[in-house]
Design a protein around this ligand. Structure first.
Ligand code: PLP
Length: 280
């Protein structure tokens, strides 16, 4: 089961794939990306990921790209790898150009992908994880999935340095936004609550699926702003994301959430998400 790369139409071993040093993605972070997971041989919500990729490119005035081509390339790469539980990374950059902040969009975009094996389960799936909070100092277009991830990287590292799993971003007004690579949910009095879709968070595909599950299972849910105090006082907290899946958060800033154990509804949503992903 080879881990493979796709580079502008060709599939090859990952270590054989190189991009030119004047690629704008490399020099300016002028690139967008997606990360798709497959569980048991089936890619999860691939069309939603492709649509979000299209939206990211549109918002950044990228040249038009055939999404049919991108989708069939992802499918081909995934099939060739024969990896059943895989993470497929897609990055599209504004190609090679002489270094200049302004862009010409004259060259076709550069498309790269990799497919690698994913662990069967998130390491903290069963027992939950600790998080810290930090003021959100990212730009105000966090709804676009770009490779410019320095604030996310540094904030994640800060959590790791403090012995936690992740950092949750809080606005100046103390509104809870999202974590460094996942959306944040709280559960209070049986109701599932998450930040509404605005320019300050990524419209997570897992977030959307979780809300659909709530709808189908008659679990009350709200997309509304909630505060840092609400986060500390929640009955349950979890993160959602493609590889994060539904991850219980059991302590925040060294304060236990409820009894400091993964919550009951969080476990139900984890099970339902895995069921929808076709995990046996
Ligand atoms: N928020 C951020 C900042 C992310 O980077 C991600 C995923 O990479 C998510 C949320 C979750 O999105 P998804 O569920 O589509 O993986």
């Amino acid at each position: 089961m080879p881990e493979l790369a796709y580079l502008n139409g060709e599939i090859m071993p990952i270590e054989k794939a190189f991009v030119p040093i004047e690629d704008r993605g490399y020099q300016f972070g002028d690139a967008v990306y997606e990360y798709i997971a497959s569980h048991d041989g089936k890619m999860f919500f691939v069309d939603d990921h492709i649509s979000r990729l299209e939206r990211s490119m549109k918002e950044l005035s990228f040249p038009k790209v055939s999404l049919k081509t991108v989708k069939s390339a992802v499918e081909k790469l995934f099939k060739e790898s024969q990896i059943k539980r895989a993470g497929i990374y897609i990055q599209i950059s504004r190609a090679v150009d002489q270094r200049n902040h302004a862009f010409s969009n004259k060259e076709p975009v550069q498309i790269v992908m990799t497919v690698r094996a994913l662990p069967e389960k998130h390491i903290h799936a069963k027992d939950g994880a600790a998080a810290i909070t930090m003021e959100d100092y990212r730009w105000d277009r966090c709804d676009i999935k770009t490779v410019q991830l320095l604030p996310n990287i540094l904030s994640k590292q800060k959590a790791v340095d403090k012995g936690a799993y992740d950092t949750i971003f809080i606005s100046k007004e103390k509104i809870v936004r999202e974590a460094t690579s996942s959306n944040v949910f709280i559960i209070k009095n049986g109701s599932v609550v998450t930040h509404p879709l605005t320019n300050n968070i990524l419209p997570g595909i897992t977030r959307k699926v979780i809300l659909e599950i709530c709808q189908n299972k008659n679990i009350p849910f709200e997309e509304r702003f909630f505060s840092l105090t609400d986060l500390y006082d929640a009955d349950e907290v979890f993160l959602s994301g493609t590889t994060t899946e539904v991850l219980p958060i059991i302590s925040i800033d060294n304060k236990a959430i409820a009894d400091g154990k993964p919550g009951k509804l969080t476990k139900i949503l984890y099970g339902e998400l895995r069921l929808r992903a076709g995990v046996k």
